[in-house]
Ligand binder design. Structure first.
Ligand code: PLP
Length: 465
């Protein structure tokens, strides 16, 4: 099985080669040339297994023969076995149509753990097979950095360097990146914003040090991460479908269109999925695209759900490529227009194709806080401000959707205590794994937003790799 670039002008690669790759050489994203399709019987057998086995089987479907050479299956199972509730993300039937899927039971309490923990294991095993070392670079607005630092801490062949904007991540998120005491992880607070972090990371890839340290990427354009998220959509939809016989809808708090695209892949593989609802905060680039057919960038607004404060949903390029009939040239032209003119427009036919599978809903601060109060009152459930956008959408759209609606809860409320307190007047309970964190010693460097300053911290920490 091979993967090609959405912009059609880069060599095709295997899944193993993609483990530590973000974008392709032509600037595009890697996409599977075909989807593995499963019959309803195969899906039932697959999802009847323990969750760690489901996830490793799904990756094996995408990995092809080359995947069998490595110890990847064991690695993925090992990474997921440490999750609280290793039976898979807890599914709860709340009322009539409404279900919750809690994706925050990994080590850093956000859904990103489901992909990054096994990805780090797989990368380490790939490096062992090839006798190489690598340094993962990550610019973060919070959750990705926490999940990456945790996933790579103590690895023998891979290091991690995490850049975060000074003062713009929550205390919990910062401590998750800085209290690990790991020799191979360096957190760097950059006196700038997320975009500064991002552009420093991009420059580091092009720098002289790139070869010496083997800089690699694990941001959400990494296809292996998306594929690792596909398994919980298969797991949940099959389980709930067996219960009620109807296609299962999902409402997914979205930013980069990564998590929800994993749901779309599950649907293409045959999982009994109805509509996939993209939900956003005030940064509503995706709901606007779905409503108007026009992708247009706006200014990023800081909100109570910071992990969704995004105006460029990079992963949508994969969907665009599919809408363009897998035409790399057409996709490249659209992305070029977006970069140069800050917008592109879908045709009527492309919009219809999109809305056949997806819906979208924006949820502003007032609605999010109301929804948090409502969930607490009705079900005694404390939810995070990102998940609130999902519940709001489920409520608004329930009359128009047949069958169950599963809200993907993307983070634990304790990661966002300020928003919870604003909604409910009380703080959420702190889970044991966060308590441990607060006892740890913080260790990070603080630098001006320049490539040189960041590189010299890396040299000091990692020296000769
Ligand atoms: C990253 C994140 C999102 C957005 O997910 P995408 O895959 O970027 O769409 C939503 N909620 C939380 C809590 C996150 O950490």
């Amino acid at each position: 099985m091979l993967y090609s670039s959405t912009r059609g002008n880069a060599p095709a690669r295997s899944l193993r080669e993609l483990l530590s790759r973000g974008t392709a050489e032509d600037g595009g994203l890697y996409v599977p040339e075909t989807w593995p399709e499963l019959t309803p019987g195969e899906l039932t057998t697959l999802s009847g297994q323990p969750y760690d086995q489901i996830a490793s089987d799904v990756l094996a479907l995408f990995g092809g023969a080359e995947w069998q050479q490595g110890d990847f299956t064991a690695g993925i199972r090992h990474a997921l076995a440490g999750f609280e509730g290793s039976d898979g993300p807890p599914l709860t039937h709340l009322n009539d149509q409404l279900w919750s899927m809690e994706l925050f039971h990994g080590p850093t309490l956000a859904f990103k753990d489901y992909a990054l923990a096994p990805l780090a294991e797989a990368i380490d095993r790939e490096l062992a097979l090839t006798g190489k070392r690598a340094t993962v670079l990550c610019a973060t607005s919070g959750d990705t950095g926490a999940a990456t630092a945790n996933a790579f801490a103590g690895r023998s062949r891979a290091n991690a360097v995490i850049l975060f904007p000074e003062g713009r991540v929550s205390d919990v998120q910062r401590k998750q990146m800085t209290c690990l005491g790991a020799k191979n992880v360096q957190a760097i607070s950059v006196r700038g914003d997320f975009d500064d972090c991002q552009s420093i990371v991009k420059s580091l890839y092009q720098s002289e040090a790139a070869e010496k340290y083997s800089y690699t990427a694990v941001n959400s354009i990494n296809l292996a991460r998306i594929l690792l998220q596909t398994s919980y959509y298969i797991y949940a939809s099959v389980k709930i479908h067996n219960d009620c016989g109807q296609p299962v809808n999902f409402a997914v708090p979205s930013g980069n269109f990564g998590n929800i695209f994993a749901g779309y892949i599950a649907k293409q593989m045959g999982a009994p999925i109805g509509k996939l609802i993209v939900t956003s905060n005030e940064n509503d680039v995706l709901p606007r695209l779905f409503d108007t057919g026009r992708m247009s960038k706006a200014e990023t607004i800081p909100t109570i759900s910071p992990s969704m404060d995004i105006q460029v949903s990079s992963n949508f390029e994969r969907m665009l490529w599919l809408l363009k009939g897998r035409d790399g040239n057409a996709t490249r032209d659209m992305q070029k227009q977006l970069a140069e003119q800050s917008y592109y427009e879908l045709t009527q036919a492309e919009r219809s194709a999109l809305t056949e599978n997806f819906g979208a809903m924006k949820c502003g601060k007032g609605d999010a806080l109301d929804t948090m109060r409502q969930l607490h009152k009705q079900f005694g459930k404390i939810i995070c401000p990102h998940s609130a956008t999902g519940y709001f959408a489920a409520d608004q759209l329930k009359a128009t959707l047949d069958g169950p609606i599963v809200v993907a809860e993307t983070a634990h409320p304790a990661k966002f205590p300020t928003a919870v307190e604003e909604a409910l007047g009380t703080l959420p309970d702190t889970p044991a794994r966060l308590m441990d964190l607060f006892a740890g010693e913080e260790e990070f460097a603080t630098v001006d937003p320049t490539v040189e300053a960041v590189q010299s911290v890396i040299d000091g920490k990692l020296g000769t790799p």
